[in-house]
Design a binder for this molecule. Sequence first.
Ligand code: NAD
Ligand code: TYD
Length: 366
Amino acid sequence: MSTESNSDQHAYLVTGGAGFIGCNFLRYLLETEPDAKVVNLDLLTYAGSLSNLQDLPDTGRYTFVQGDITDADLVAELFEKHGITRVIHFAAESHVDRSITGPAAFIQTNIIGTFTLLEAARKAWAGREDDCRFLHVSTDEVYGTLAPNDPPFSETTAYAPNSPYSASKAASDHLVRAYLKTYKLPVVTTNCSNNYGPYQYPEKLIPLMILNALTGKNLPIYGDGLQIRDWLYVMDHCSGIHAALSRGRIGETYNIGGLNEEANINIVHLICDILDELRPKTGGGSYREQITHVTDRPGHDRRYAIDAEKICTELGWAPAESFQTGIRKTVEWYLDNQIWVNSVMSENYDEWISLNYADRKEGMDQ
Ligand code: NAD
Ligand code: TYD
């Protein structure tokens, strides 16, 4: 994997840098580009936390701004004040279950927020597009769902989003494309598969299962648990984004996947087995005994899989982690970072858990 440094002194606007992928990317960027200046614009919603950034090196090249990407005046001011030439756009409402119970925030942040950033970039970069880049971070969920024998998603797969989350991300992808075609804005889009790793908020499958297991709670599998995702270790995603940013062709999209298709139930079994080894249950027995099948998610996509051939061959990217190595690192990280866990599992967290799981009946009949 290449970790080349850009010698030009770029000024980055990273949105959503206090969230899961954004905070990992900030570490990667500050290390990989020793001359880059970085502004992190994050609203600090329930999903964003400054505790994700506590160990960032104190380089003097990094500025945090708490604010909303839909605030056009603030965004324009940041472009102007910091001379922004690179945008890496992570900020989003990112959880499918929340988009089912409350879609409005997804429309606002994911669509209006992306529009606001595109407009600011268009105005600030007019006449000097060649020196600038806007990298939009998106998801494979825009392509909808795959049947068991379908080929994996490629960059030419038609969009068919099924959840309010994926529909809002699809809309943002279309806006990004339109700004390229209409205004020649220098954009690159990446669509990646499910990420996992350190600092992921414990509403998503992997951290939720690790922490529920350790606290003696049920491990809620939606439906039969045979839904498939393609798991990508977060640092591999960060290197893919950086490759797309530094070597990707303007106007292209690049799919990034972990080459790790796995059914949810197998993921949870593996987590239980690693925990059985690293932190055996005090009363004996296996964490697998806590697995409970619950009512399925409405509109649940059955399978996602990514064909990452384009980024691999064109940009020389490859994931460094296999699922076996990545999941072990991840479980160890959650075991070793109890202070972080306590800091993010606040009152809001319990509120969400009771809202999301209250109506889910045990058993697989829907
Ligand atoms: P996350 O939910 O962990 O973090 C999102 C961050 O955005 C938070 O820090 C939050 O405070 C911030 N934010 C939310 N609304 C904002 C607003 N209006 N203004 C400014 N900041 C705001 O998300 P993540 O998992 O890190 O995902 C990052 C990006 O990657 C998203 O665009 C998501 O769609 C995409 N993505 C994620 C995955 C995944 O598996 N996590 C997979 C594919 C694509
Ligand atoms: P999630 O982490 O929410 O990501 P996404 O919906 O974006 O793929 O869920 C991953 C898979 O795990 C998905 O098929 C839903 C399933 N799932 C459960 O079975 N139980 C849970 O408690 C959660 C949060 C997810």
